[in-house]
Design a protein around this ligand. Sequence first.
Ligand code: LIP
Length: 274
Amino acid sequence: MTEFDVEVVFEVALKAVKDAGEIIKEAFYKKKSVLTKSCDVDLVTETDQAVEKMLIGRIKENFPNHMFIGEESVAAGENCDLTNDPTWIVDPVDGTMNFVHSFPHSCIALAVLYNKDVHIGIIYNPILDQMYTAKCNQGAFLNDKPIRVSEETDLSKSLVIAEFGTNRDPQKMESVLKNITALMNKVHGLRAMGSAALNMASVAAGGADCYFEFGIHVWDIAAGALIIKEAGGVCLDTEGGPLDLMSRRMICASSEKLALQIIPLLDQLKLERD
Ligand code: LIP
């Protein structure tokens, strides 16, 4: 039986995320060398890779029997199999496009799962010094102050986040535009900010009322799923059932009542799982 002490793991994770933030801050306003992955707008930089490498080293040093799933490791061919072992799931720079443009809406997203449940969620925007944290059944915080989702349940008064994503496949783009068109005259406002994790943190802190996306990955959403739950919100599959972290689609909201008003309006996409 693997021992899993959430307090010990959290302290190591928090320090590692803060150290990763220093790497991002150092590079943020400098010229970056940018590579592309699945298409011309799916970007990766040396900072994404340096942050992920540092985090892998930190985890191996402290918890050699823990597993790791990282965006850039998977992009380099590592497997993405979630087991019951303690598993760190990391997006080293979520919002890489924003990072490349020095648009200050990027973060490190780190979740620690045990028995496939998220026990620790940390989302850190080091440029704006926004540290979102949650431990299972212990509440959600922004810079150590408790956060709660909004109480908005009226779709017409809701601020909803949708994303264009980094896939320019015609079918995907058609679906994105269908969803934006279906919603734009039914909500208070629509936003697309370029970071799934920070979008989820905004819902958890009550700054947005709902966010949905097709095409995200487990490393984009695992930390935010716990932070939203601990802030009193919901994360669901885009058709309304339980969230499947590996399904590459998700809707989160301040309440199920609000999510259920949006779900019927969505063009549903089925995507290859993580
Ligand atoms: C990004 C997500 C965002 C999505 C982008 C991209 P990355 O993650 O956070 O929600 O719309 O396509 O996937 O690639 O910057 O880590």
